[in-house]
Design a protein around this ligand. Sequence first.
Ligand SMILES: Nc1ncnc2c1ncn2[C@@H]1O[C@H](COP(=O)(O)OP(=O)(O)OP(=O)(O)O)[C@@H](O)[C@H]1O
Length: 317
Amino acid sequence: MSHATVSKQLTKTVISARGLTKKYGNFAAVDGISFDVPAGESFGLLGPNGAGKSTTMRMIGGVSQRTSGELSIMGLDPDRHGPEVRAHLGVVPQQDNLDDEIRVRDNLIVYGRYFGLPHSYLRPKADELLEFAQLTDKAKARVDSLSGGMKRRLTIARSLINEPKILLLDEPTTGLDPQARHILWDRLFRLKEQGVTLVLTTHYMDEAEQLCDRLIVVDKGRIMAEGSPASLIHEYSTREVLELRFGSERNATVAAQLEGIGERLETLPDRVLIYANDGEAALEQVRYRGLHPLTSLVRRSSLEDVFLRLTGRSLVD
Ligand SMILES: Nc1ncnc2c1ncn2[C@@H]1O[C@H](COP(=O)(O)OP(=O)(O)OP(=O)(O)O)[C@@H](O)[C@H]1O
């Protein structure tokens, strides 16, 4: 393949997986998944705990060897070209692994030294990244004095030290409060605007909806569906959902009397969901049948509904 052909491919697809499989003994944690990520896209793996998201990320990051299938990162096989692949990547692991012993800014410098980057590059780069992460006034602070959200932003800043083309984020906002999550989402948006390809895992449907251009819904190591958040919702759910609570003991029995209202019914332990394009009209019908829920709520469909439809289970247990 000529150099020109390779370069053209690089600008198109930066990650390509075909039948990607990871087995632990006989158990397939990732069970033959295929997907492509074009340059500049924000691509998500959405699924519950244990779906195989982190395992997939570790294979992409070149720190876990696949059992079978094909995987290509910027045209390179991470199992054979680990260091070259890692040079293109920024990695934000599920757990922050910052060095508590050294100060905030020094964390960036020391990490950059692992890549063999010179101090003359690292000093201004560290300052630029602290600014980006809104941590300039914390440059000399100890890492253990930072809040969870600040630590997460520092981990992201650190992952950008080598100016990666692709950023891998494993559950970037798990455990953060809503305000910290929004600040982080804003920073990730900025990276996307700068042309960085984002690949992230999440079990939060709102995070997937906010950040992902396209996503795969994964469960038990397999891809259940693929598309943009809007197209998945359109394909697998109705426009609105009517949530009814009749009291925990009564939900299941009342559900039988709701048959025929809306397009589909889901009975959960704590509520009944009626899938209908017009939630208020569905509620009218419920009342017309002489049924009076303790609470009722009409909301728009979300990726949670898509997941429920595909697997019969909730994303977050
Ligand atoms: N080293 C290992 N040895 C054996 N089984 C493993 C190993 N690593 C992961 N698994 C199993 O593989 C499955 C997928 O795990 P993985 O961590 O990829 O899931 P996940 O979707 O990232 O979930 P989480 O959000 O909990 O990290 C799980 O059932 C897990 O127990």
